[in-house]
Each structure stands twice: as C-alpha cells, then as structure tokens.
Design a protein around this ligand. Structure first.
Ligand code: LLP
Length: 444
C-alpha cells in the first residue's frame, strides 16, 4: 500500500500536489512518502512480534540520510554492505549496535571501521574473510561478533540477477564449509560466534523458498549445537517482494508467521534485512515529457528522466507503473514507448505500454521507485542525479538537492598544459594505451 492518489484530478503524495512540487523542485525528482515508509516498517515489526527480532533495514535499497533517520527513529537496525553505508547510518543517527555487515567482499579497512563502531554482527562470506576479521579483531584487542552466511542452494524463483541462494552464485558458503568455518571461529579468542545468516534473493513473491532456506539453516544450527557451538540469532536476510504490477506477493503477516512458527520454540532471536518491502512502494520518480514523436508505427514519449536515474527497466526488464500526474479520466489509451534522453537504445522505462495521450510539458510518475531507484542512479551522459523529496501530510522537505553541474567533475583534475601539445616523444601511430606518467613524457 502507499499514499499516492489523485485528489481533485491531480496526483498527490500524501497531501502534496505533485504538480506544485514539480513547479518548485523541478524534474526529474524522487518523491517518498513518510507515512508509507513508517507504515511498512511497522507492519513488518508487527508481523514478527511473536519472536524476539530486529529489523535491519537494508540500506542499499534507499540510503538517503533522511530515510535512514526516519527509520532509526522507529527503532530500526540496519543491514550495510560498505563503509559508506556504515557512515551513512551513523550520520543519520542510527545505532551501530543494531547494524549487521553483509557483502561478499569486504575490505580490511571496512571491517576495521565496523568493529571499531561496535556493530552487532559481521556476516562472513568466506574463509579468507574470517581470517581477516580475526586478524583485525586481534590487532584491536577485541572479539568480533560473527555469523557465517550460508548458501542453502534454494531456488528463490526470481530474476537471475537478484537470486543469490543457489550454489552457483557467489554468495555465502555451503553447509559443510560453514560447519568448518564455525569450528575455526569457535576456537578463536578473537571471534565470537553469535549467529547464522542467509539471503536467498530479492523480489520473492512466495515465502516457500524462504522457509526452505530457514529449514536448512536450522538443521545447521542443530549440527552446531551437537558440537557445543550455540547460536543466539538467525538472520534470514531480506527479499520479500512487492506488487509492481499485478503480482500476488506474500504479505508480511504470512512471512512473519512462516518464520516465527519455526523459531519461537527455539529461543533464537531473528534478524531480517528488508529493503524493497519497506521503501519500494513508498516512492515514485516524477518526470516531465520533453517531446512525443512517431517513427513508422512506433510512438514515443520522451521524458526528462533516463536509465541513469532509474536503471531497473533497462537492467532487469523491470515493469513499473507509469501514471499521468493529471488524472486522465477515461481518455483513450494507446501503446507507446516511454524513453529517456540517454544515448542508448536500452534507455527505456516502458515498451508498448497503453497510456493516455501525453504532450510536451505533461508530468508523469513512475511508481514503485522508492527502492533501488535513486540508490542505483548514475551520472552517465553527464546528467546530474535528481533531487529527492519527502512528503509528510501537507508538508514536504527537500532531502537531497539536485546535483549541480560542477558536482559532476568534483575530484577531477585538468592535466598540466605541457601535456597537451604533441611532443617529440609522441608516436602518432601508437595506440597501445599504456598511458603516460608525469610531465607528458611517455614511459614504456
Ligand atoms: N540483505 C542482503 C544481504 C542483500 O543482498 C539484499 C539485497 C537485501 C538484504 C535486501 O533485499 P530486499 O529486501 O530489498 O529484496 N537492484 C535490485 C535488487 C538487488 C538486491 C540486492 N540485495 C532491484 O532493483 O531489483
């Protein structure tokens, strides 16, 4: 559910007219609803009430500081995958002791920063990583709380790019390797075994694969217990899907019941890392029509947002609803491609989509864009990344300024003028691509 509806013929985010917002903030612009974010988090919290649990919101879905600040104020923990995400959580007022650190490749310095910050658990992805964590913990003279990420070899039945629980994927370790790593960890004075972790994929519509994964994890918990290694928590990752179109997705209540019923008798606490289900339908991408045209049979609506602003349609062939900001009533529909300004044929938001007529200057909203929208935006084609706005009742706040053009080259440096003129050392036929070093003279 969300809080974007037509009022008096104009699409609103809560009580805020998106037409008025676009006039002030400009487009493209991401708009998030505070009420929707809060509701989604609270529904998840209530769904897990039967067991001791921590919601560690997956920062990668939407990492805007104000979104993190809002979720932290509800008591949320956070799932991070980088030093940058850790620092975002801290800057937003999040509690590091409610942070879990996931990710298949963590840098040594990132691990050190996380341990110094006092995070709740590092989710370990390999033997090499376990050794690094132990070394860092030893040098800091502390015990690092760890869980091993298990790959349960479960088919999450989702898009191949976002399925992570099959044994052919790079994520986690198989159960036997996990056993071996736990034995190593349990014997180390610098490692504290606190839990077990898994995450089988994203945009899951069904709870069944998650239950299968949980059963696999619980069998591992029992094997460990038989060896005297007891765990305090099970981290089931994220993955619960949302309806983008007409998918029937398992509601958080069913998800909660499935997990809690298996855990409540065991005295294990539960960690979950939801991202999309919290933020996805809490946001939209507001954009303006730049032009319309026909090429042969095809009709195109060209908008001022592109694949750099929301890459999900391009990357996954994802379907996201597109709504006119002015209620079209029962205007006739016609099939159009909604495309962006980026110089790639793959820069599309919708293909052969039945939409009411659109004209230059009209506003459109791409729905379900609160998760993995801005978070995956880039500046490709030297396009500035969009503004982000949070609406709350009749009020709104700019929570990220539109990037400025000079932001685009922050950190870039012009070279010394002496490198510009062709010199004696330059061989016009050499396109070997070695690059030069210093002072304009090539080093070979
Ligand atoms: N935990 C871990 C370890 C993860 O890798 C992820 C997502 C999550 C939690 C959160 O999953 P969620 O609840 O949001 O499904 N860019 C893709 C999704 C990539 C998901 C990556 N990992 C998309 O736009 O569909």
């Amino acid at each position: 559910m969300h809080h974007f509806d037509y009022r008096d013929g104009v699409l609103h985010g809560e009580g805020v007219s998106l037409e008025a917002l676009a006039a002030t903030v400009g487009t493209p612009c991401y708009v998030y609803s505070r009420a929707t974010l809060v509701r989604h988090w609270q529904v998840m919290d209530a769904a897990l009430a039967a067991v001791d649990h921590t919601i560690c919101y997956s920062v990668k879905a939407n990492s805007n500081l104000a979104v993190l600040q809002l979720l932290a104020s509800l008591g949320s923990g956070f799932d991070i995958v980088s030093r940058g995400e850790l620092e975002r959580v801290i800057a937003a007022g999040g509690d590091p002791s409610r942070v879990v650190f996931s990710g298949v490749g963590k840098g040594d310095a990132e691990i050190e920063a996380a341990l110094i910050a006092g995070i709740r658990c590092v989710n370990v992805e390999s033997g090499d990583e376990l050794a690094v964590i132990e070394g860092v913990a030893r040098s800091l003279d502390l015990r690092a709380p760890i869980a091993i990420r298990v790959n349960p070899d479960v088919d999450a039945r989702t898009h191949a790019y976002i399925a992570t629980g099959l044994k052919t994927s790079k994520f986690g370790v198989d159960v036997d390797r996990a056993m071996a790593l736990y034995r190593v960890a349990a014997a180390s004075p610098h490692l504290e075994v606190v839990g077990v972790d898994t995450h089988i994929g994203s945009q899951l519509t069904d709870v069944e694969p998650l239950v299968e994964a949980l059963d696999c994890v619980l069998a591992l918990v029992d094997r460990l217990a038989a060896e005297g290694i007891t765990l305090r928590h099970v981290d089931m990752g994220g993955g619960l899907g949302i309806p983008y179109r007409d998918e029937i997705t398992a509601p958080p209540r069913a998800y909660g019941e499935a997990l809690c019923s298996r855990l409540s008798a065991r005295g294990l606490s539960l960690i979950v890392e939801p991202g999309r289900v919290i933020a996805g339908n809490a946001g939209l991408l507001l954009m303006r029509v730049l032009a319309t045209k026909e090429n042969g049979e095809k009709r195109f609506v060209i908008v001022d947002a592109g694949m750099n602003d929301n890459m999900r349609p391009t990357l996954y062939g994802a379907w996201q609803r597109i709504m006119p900001v002015r209620d079209p009533g029962d205007a006739p529909l016609a099939a159009v491609d909604v495309v962006g300004p980026v110089c790639e044929t793959g820069d599309f938001f919708a293909k052969d989509r039945d939409l009411p007529p659109a004209r230059r200057g009209d506003l459109l909203a791409m729905m379900s864009a609160g998760a993995y929208g801005f978070a995956m935006a880039s500046t490709y084609n030297s396009r500035v990344r969009p503004a982000e706005v949070l609406v709350h009742g009749d009020a709104w706040a700019l929570i990220r300024e539109r990037e400025s053009v000079s932001d685009l080259w922050r950190g870039e440096h012009l070279i010394d003028a002496s490198w510009l003129a062709p010199g004696a050392a330059d061989d016009p036929d050499d396109h070997g691509g070695h690059g030069g070093h210093g002072g304009g003279t090539r080093q070979r």
